[in-house]
Ligand binder design. Sequence first.
Ligand SMILES: Nc1ncnc2c1ncn2[C@@H]1O[C@H](COP(=O)(O)OP(=O)(O)OP(=O)(O)O)[C@@H](O)[C@H]1O
Ligand SMILES: [Mg+2]
Length: 403
Amino acid sequence: MGTDHKPVVQAVGLTKVFRDFWYRSRVVAVDRLDFDIRPNEVFGLLGPNGSGKSTTIKMMLGLLYPTHGRISVLGRPPTDVAIKSRIGYLPEESYLYRFLNARETLDYYGRLFQINRRDRQRRVDQLLEMVGLTRESRRRVGEYSKGMARRIGLAQALINDPDLLILDEPTTGLDPIGTREIKDLIVFLNREKRKTVLLCSHLLADVEDVCQRVAVLYGGRRQAVGPIHELLSQENLTQITTDRLSEGTLHRIRQIVEEEEGKHVISMTAPTARLEAFFLKTVREAQKARPETSGASAGGRIADFLAGGGAEEGQAVVESLIAASEVAPTTGAAQASPAEVEQEPAREVIQELVSDDGILAGRDDAVEGPPAALPGESVEEADRRVIEELLKPTRGSGDERQE
Ligand SMILES: Nc1ncnc2c1ncn2[C@@H]1O[C@H](COP(=O)(O)OP(=O)(O)OP(=O)(O)O)[C@@H](O)[C@H]1O
Ligand SMILES: [Mg+2]
């Protein structure tokens, strides 16, 4: 991407019509959509259910063809294999092989990108630490809770150290602490590691906290686009915040506003904290008192291998970013060089992530039975055999390939 300021993603008149068997228009999922995602920004795609967010992402990944209009990613058509290895994608639902553990899952995706064994091990360790799953890394991901599956999905999206990170509903199923951690992580990846991020969500607090610009979709059409502070600013109101005032002072303020400005005072109340901030404070205090819990632990140690910045500033990212809910404006500074991986496997990764074949979505499916055992084989042996088959070097490319 270099230091140029060309859009990372550009959609012009992008339209997707789903047709029925007789080729009649059934649903106009995306309708003449125009938007740009600029280098090093976190861009939010907002909209209610069914507004066309995931369809837009799928066109961005070259998984669906636009009916009309065009979309380019990193200056190329999305079907170009050269860009696939520069993209990290967290699908709407975590598609995970239920019988692999977290470590094997990440290793598997690392192999698809043909990352050599030593680098894979290092990246897997760092990513597990970062998403708070180190302690649970030997458990089968089929047993994971929704939030844990989201965390491993995010780690998978980062295994190839992508330039563009596409996150479809990354905080679905996460508790408020996990949500805050993922949001802080997105801000950190953007600020310190110079990743461009597309965040797709209908959770407004998520988008408000991390995005610099947003587009709002409804019925597949763009309803609004712009910097978030401009869209949310209320230029026609003035808000003053001070320590608590006496009744007498409040009365005098009301008089001044009414007599000198000819305006009505709309409200003069004690402000309330946002529920999210209150909840986080309460739970963090409880955590300090009793640190042990089951499930995912707090992540936060940033994976060193991710390009773009030094390791030191990453160590305490969660703590350091908690206070910083305002996102700094994009700098347009140099993008890290793309990961040095083969191009073709990256296409496999994305197809893996959306294919239904042998891949299970989320936890509900994960309670299905184990893989079919061969005659005389126990369930555990069948599990192990399938895992070993999956972990065999792919397409004749051994671990030694880049070593
Ligand atoms: N493969 C498909 N075939 C037919 N219609 C589809 C297909 N995929 C999506 N649609 C329709 O396109 C519209 C947009 O769907 P999309 O999944 O893009 O919405 P979304 O904004 O991601 O919603 P959500 O917030 O629920 O994830 C919906 O009406 C949906 O039913
Ligand atoms: Mg969606």
